[in-house]
Design a protein around this ligand. Sequence first.
Ligand SMILES: Nc1ncnc2c1ncn2[C@@H]1O[C@H](COP(=O)(O)OP(=O)(O)O)[C@@H](O)[C@H]1O
Ligand SMILES: [Mg+2]
Length: 443
Amino acid sequence: MPFLNRLHIPGRSKPIEQAKPMDYYAQEYYSQDEQAQLPSQVSTQGGLAASSSNHSQNLDQTPEQVQLQQEQQQRQLAQQPQPQQHEQSIPIEQQQPQGEVETQPQQPQVVLPSQSLHLKSAVSKGKYSLTDFHIMRTLGTGSFGRVHLVRSVHNGRFYAIKVLKKAQVVRLKQVEHTNDERRMLKLVEHPFLIRMWGTFQDAKNLFMVMDYIEGGELFSLLRKSQRFPNSVAKFYAAEVTLAIDYLHLHNIIYRDLKPENILLDRHGHIKITDFGFAKQVETVTWTLCGTPDYIAPEVITTKPYNKSVDWWSLGILIYEMLAGCTPFYDQTPIKTYEKILAGKVHYPSHFHPDAVDLLGSLITADLTRRLGNLRNGAHDIRNHPWFGEVVWEKLLLKDIETPYEPPITAGVGDTSLFDHYPEEQLDYGVAGEDPYAQHFKDF
Ligand SMILES: Nc1ncnc2c1ncn2[C@@H]1O[C@H](COP(=O)(O)OP(=O)(O)O)[C@@H](O)[C@H]1O
Ligand SMILES: [Mg+2]
């Protein structure tokens, strides 16, 4: 969702405090140079100036009329794919907050990457209320509200609650996206996607209860490191690839891939958060949304587009992790769009040739060439030589060492890896008239 009020830019100078090699990379890929860079890669090489800010805002100029006419959304999520063979369960990392009505969540199911994991039930309405939580500090802010650390009054555990102001959501024409966000978040279940436990609302606000992911944003880590060594970028890219592949298998386009929306858990595995633009789309869609640096050219030109916009964004993400800045970075979104449409990508000389080859096939406007959009789908990406050493099944099981373990020194509920945001007077739980009630019946 739009990210207009980001106040703090993480500093660049702090080193990454803990780092260790990844055991699933072949030794030859793991050059001495890269090992040396792992703890605190602060290289100024590469010929491109690193952007010091986050990716400005998401863009959202929804042509609602076009969208409403054209997007024949199938909402038959009741037809959930059955779990496939080869399933293995993994431990649940955090427990469900205890609310009034508690239902036991299904165990996350892990299958081979080529198979689809199942979706959860879409029912989440009214399971919790504000009185179930102590609201604590702000972890992040967006255009419609903020994300808080909270603590369950029942089990004492920490969770994150995203709060959206109904008036803002309506004013910015995000009603459909917000309802989609809730529905998609409630459905998905994957080791690398955020888990949402339930939602509730008061007269003014919408609340989404999620697991709290302590390790902070990949964005902060990247800015502190300036850029990642090849093997580190590959690790995060591989986990992202599995998550996006899972979403696509369920016909969900994510549409807002960027380091700000990728969190790191306490072990250093990723969790993608922010389903503000995620949508179930069987064929194509038209809505102009995303974050300027990460938007595919077909979205800018408002052509019908499909899931392959996420593979374009994966290319931008890999580029940014390797270079420290995005390939089409410029001062204003308009200039960035011009560059995206011109399509000229400069690859710094330190990029591994396999990375350049993969990026050339992801950051391409030619949809008949873009990897992920061809006959074999995400298989082509997973089989690309750049990912040659990745054992995907092990990765999905998190059965590999991560390149970086966030220093969560204060134990559970530690927020030291998150930026600080000015706190504001909260109007949560205030009774009163709700002029927007009809828009948010699902919450
Ligand atoms: N489950 C979570 N655990 C920890 N931090 C979170 C969680 N969800 C979101 N955040 C933090 O809040 C920020 C804003 O949340 P996000 O869902 O991305 O909102 P927006 O739609 O405004 O971008 C994220 O970038 C992240 O820093
Ligand atoms: Mg976000």
